[in-house]
Ligand binder design. Sequence first.
Ligand code: FAD
Length: 805
Amino acid sequence: MDQQARVVIVGGGVMGVSLLYHLAKAGWSDCVLIEKAELTSGSTWHAAGQITHSTSSYGLGKMAGYGIELYQRLEAETGQSVTWHGCGSLRLAYNDDELDWLKQTVSVGAALGHPMEIIGPDEIRRLHPFYNLAGVKAALHTPDDGHVDPAGATMALAKGARLMGARVIRHNRVLGIEARSDGGWRVMTEQGDWSCEQVVNAGGTYARQIGQWVGLDLPIVNMTHHYVITDSVPEFQALERELPVVRDDREVSGYIRMEQKSALIGIYEKANPNTVWDQGTPWEAEHELFEADYDRIAPWLENAFERMPILAELGIKRTVHGAITHPPDGNMLLGPAPGLENFWCCCGSQIGIAWGPGAGRYLAQWMVEGAADINMREFDPRRYGAFADRSYQLAKAKEDYLLRHETPFPGFNRPAARPVKTTPLYERLKAAGAVHEEVYGWERPRWFARDGMAAEDCYGFRRPAWHAMVEQEVKAVRERVGIMDISAFAKVEVSGPDAAALVERVIANRAPRRDGRMVLTHLLNERGRIELEATVVRLPGGRFSFICAAFFEQRLNDWLTRQRGDADVAIENLSESLGALALQGPAAREVLRQVTQAPLDNESFPWLSAREIEIAGVPARALRLSYAGELGWELHLPMAGMARVYDALWQAGQAFGIENTGSFAMNAMRLEKMFKGAAELTNEVTLPEADVMRFVKLDKDFIGKQATLDSLEAEPPWRCVYLAIEVDDADCNGAEAVLVNGARVGAVSSGARGPTVQKSLAFAYLDPAHATPGTELEVMILGERRPARVLGEAAYDPASRRPRS
Ligand SMILES: Cc1cc2nc3c(=O)[nH]c(=O)nc-3n(C[C@H](O)[C@H](O)[C@H](O)COP(=O)(O)OP(=O)(O)OC[C@H]3O[C@@H](n4cnc5c(N)ncnc54)[C@H](O)[C@@H]3O)c2cc1C
């Protein structure tokens, strides 16, 4: 007879133990963590243990803030020492871009309520008299940062979990995991089998192997990283306080801090990064370190000694060279495993000591309550699909390692291992100047280089050169006609006798009743939070087509499959076989008319309807809608016909001044039109909070309805508002603080410059007391407070006449 538990967590590093602690805290004490050796014996024990508030990610900022807060009180709660050192930290800037990043971080920190400030060389010198500041312009000072003893902190979490009734079993290797017929899992171990409702993969460097047992190919690569500890530093002996941790991205590509009276120097070398255990981590590995490879880190280590000359003559008493898990984009894999039920990932963490507490807290919420309190999208394991094969994983993880101490420019478009998925238009559009971005493996045009500009990425915090190009694309769509390859959209078809009933149940809007009608709608979880936004089209034969952002492809498939239950419904993912084009602008009808016999007048083909038409001999489904807010169509057609249809439209469009357009123009136009996007519609918010109740039908049943009603009744914690900001050199990237009289009242979710309306626009989630149109407030952009106003209607075509024209 199997032993029973509600949840079995495989792996006793900081990630798994933190989850156990937080599940127990949430009332799920009937959980077991199984570790093959000692707790922390994977990557956790040898970590340097630093935690910083410095990040421009809102989600990671929340996790880091929580981690610091928890570590400070954990010792009192559990009686187990975590050795918290609240020494603060400094992140140095040597040039304007680096300084802008620090300023951006201050804007995000202000939204999160994290203390931080930018200080000049004199103040840096006062805080850290031993650092050579030659060339340093400024530093971000985060006074509440620090470091812990990773093993002690993990043991404290384990003790806390045990005190709340959870179990930890050590020296027992999990040998396999298999699905049970009741939807739960059987976990086979050296000491017998466990049956559980839910299982969690917290296997660290083994997580990929554990995933393989159940058919997953988790994108995790083990990179190795060094830190060295010097002999005791004479100058440190008399210090009465601990020096702040210094993060020097430019010169050291790493961090330097005090380790008792020695110095600890960690290096992220910027060349030849090293992977280990590519074929699998040996099961017998335990407290594993690798021989130091000083050649690899020497240039940066030498720079470190130059920056801290008091260390230059000292010996190195210990070198730690250990493995760290890196997913392709560097973010954790935290959430449901793709394609499986009740199987969770809590792995892929490269900064697990800092992120572990928050990761455990928010994943526990997701498991227990059905949704986490913070937006988990950037961590969701379902952001990867089959496109992320092993060669992609390896190339991306190395790239991620190399980027660890580079300036993270907004929208940075990581180049390694591309292209993966292309449409037949890829080369054509590239030749026309397209600068592509990768979305769910797809290459999608972002903007087009014109006027002799090089077709390559340009980045900056202050309106990079692509703005001029985007302005031209927007002008083309607003005044003439633009065409964009939007094939990356996820496209899923639902059919069968019970299709209509399933669709009605999973969407908050009314499912279209007549063939050729469509609705914009939201899929909610039981907490009434938004899983995703989709367009749903009713097709002949009782079929329905779901179209949503590329990122949600796996999520949409999994959600529909999960909700299907016993219903007689087929779910078909057509994302790769169907391509799509957006043709929009006042001349869109005239252009389309040249290449199809189908009637396109308002009566035959009204706004928000779909028709099966033929374009240049290719059968296509035309949807009359436009995310840019113009007269326009989305044309969905077999991928094989894309080139033919594009060429025909391009040819026909010549007389009308057609232009290629990309996602940056689309984003600017949707902001001009006050259309919310994926950044606004997240698992963090309900429909009333997102202010999208006009897309909801409360006279029918749907998943999340009761929570939506409750949210309507309750005083909302925030509301989504639309802002115009007075700024002429930079725009919001998301997560910037919104202030009233200097006090924090919310945070931006997304922003862009609206070229037609000549305004910097943004959406933000604000305290409802400040959400009334006309309210004057301030948005902190690059550390400076800029005046802003809440707008009550779209900055462009508020009456929405143009799309219906
Ligand atoms: C040199 C270095 C410095 C670092 N410095 C920092 C830092 O300053 N700050 C920071 O936040 N992070 C730092 N890290 C990263 C940090 O160590 C990791 O992110 C973190 O430890 C990952 O924790 P984990 O729980 O995911 O993995 P692990 O700690 O590896 O835990 C996974 C556990 O799963 C167990 N396991 C695997 N398979 C099985 C099985 N089949 N059955 C039972 N048990 C199994 C393993 O034995 C292991 O104990 C550093 C890493 C290195 C190498």
